[in-house]
Design a protein around this ligand. Structure first.
Ligand code: SF4
Length: 387
């Protein structure tokens, strides 16, 4: 993995600008998925606006339509294909450029379907080639050729990418990419690669610049933020402490930490700070040690509860939110009761509930008897009644 300056891509930003000279062009971007994807879309918007396009809310008013996709939810595929179908006539009539990126594009069966059934998509790019979007757009405009630009290696980190922030006071800052954990229900390590952390100095500089621009709240983003390690001796707690010192920043959040990496130094950094938000998101996924093992989460019910207890002792006003997956294959009523026990004990402020869905990539990793749809819905209702 290399850390590179985005500057080398500026050549293509200038080239696209020259191609588009004296034209009034619009773009529309649709973002699916998590805050990391939203942050990627802000970077895409930053590049696209530098190439002379103005943002519009309606795809059918745009000369460039970008889909930044997510592959975590099953219905995300239906949503993408539905939108593409709606745009077919518009594309034929206007010649608008359609670009599709994001983690869904890292899945080979999706690429095959796009090439076969939606050949009018002009640019298909992946999670590791966002930085090359100006070059891909330039080639699509100039040569009117279909471009597929996907890499299946862990990508490099690009610093100084243009970014168009959606909010004036709150900003998200990606501190790391990818994940090493391979939870058995999750596709992220396959589509976003292994963990790569940005240099602490680059992150601190970005936050300092945001503070100078008047931003008050920063959310640090990563698939597993608390395993941040930039290879120069800076851990997540060091980063929190440094960002805490930046004048002008009033609130710091981070998402998502992994319970197994919630070390004492991180707890201490939160305790010492007046800026770090005391509502911590601590995804449990299941309260059953048996299910957690099948999920490859690397902690038990007891370890999770002990962690919550330890954090509460150190930070008495702390509150928790969490993620829970119901209906993991083989989850029994007894397993589910363990989850309800944890919900009762921790008294989460907020629970994000997900119904397990078998994704193409992870289905071979764990095959247990599936819960029925009715059973999963009933479990969701039970959790709601318990909180
Ligand atoms: S830690 Fe999060 S991103 Fe990584 S594999 Fe597990 S669920 Fe997916």
């Amino acid at each position: 993995m290399k850390i590179l300056d985005f500057d080398q891509e500026n050549e293509y930003i200038t080239k696209v600008n020259n191609l588009n000279k004296n034209k009034e062009l619009n773009y529309h971007i649709l973002t699916m998925g998590c805050m990391l994807n939203e942050n990627d879309s802000e970077k895409l918007s930053g590049m696209i606006e530098k190439m002379g396009y103005k943002k519009v809310d309606e795809p059918k008013e745009a000369n460039l339509i970008v889909f930044n996709t997510c592959c975590v939810r099953e219905n995300a595929e239906e949503k993408l294909f539905g939108k593409l179908g709606e745009l077919k006539n518009y594309k034929n009539e206007t010649g608008a450029i359609i670009a599709i990126g994001g983690c869904m594009m890292q899945e080979k069966h999706i690429l095959e379907k796009l090439h076969k059934s939606y050949p009018y998509a002009d640019i298909i790019f992946g999670t590791h080639t966002i930085n090359k979007f100006p070059e891909d757009l330039y080639n699509a405009i100039l040569n009117r050729k279909k471009i597929t630009d996907i890499e299946y290696i862990d990508g490099d980190i690009y610093e100084k990418m243009p970014i168009k922030r959606e909010d004036k006071y709150r900003a998200s800052v990606t501190i790391m990419y990818g994940c090493n954990n391979f939870c058995t229900y999750c596709i992220v390590p396959y589509v976003r690669g292994r963990e790569r952390s940005r240099r602490a100095e680059d992150i601190i500089k970005e936050v300092q610049e945001l503070a100078n621009q008047g931003y008050k709240e920063i959310t640090l983003l990563g698939q597993n933020v608390n395993s941040y390690n930039d290879g120069n001796g800076n851990k997540f707690s060091d980063l929190l402490k440094e960002i805490d010192k930046i004048e002008g920043i009033e609130r710091i959040r981070f998402i998502s930490p992994h319970p197994k990496d919630f070390t004492d130094d991180v707890i201490d950094a939160i305790k010492q700070s007046n800026k770090i938000c005391k509502i911590l998101h601590l995804p449990i996924q299941s309260g059953s040690t048996e299910v957690l093992k099948k999920m490859n989460r690397k902690y038990t019910k007891e370890q999770y509860l002990n962690l919550v207890k330890k954090i509460k002792e150190q930070i008495p006003d702390v509150l928790f939110s969490t993620d829970i997956i119901v209906g993991f294959p083989g989850e029994t009523e007894k397993n589910f009761q363990d989850t309800l026990d944890v919900v009762k004990e921790v008294k989460f402020e907020q629970i994000f509930m997900f119904i397990y869905s078998r994704r193409t990539r992870n289905s071979s990793r764990y095959n247990g008897k599936s819960n029925t749809r009715r059973c999963k819905t009933r479990k969701i209702q039970q959790i709601k009644r318990t909180c």
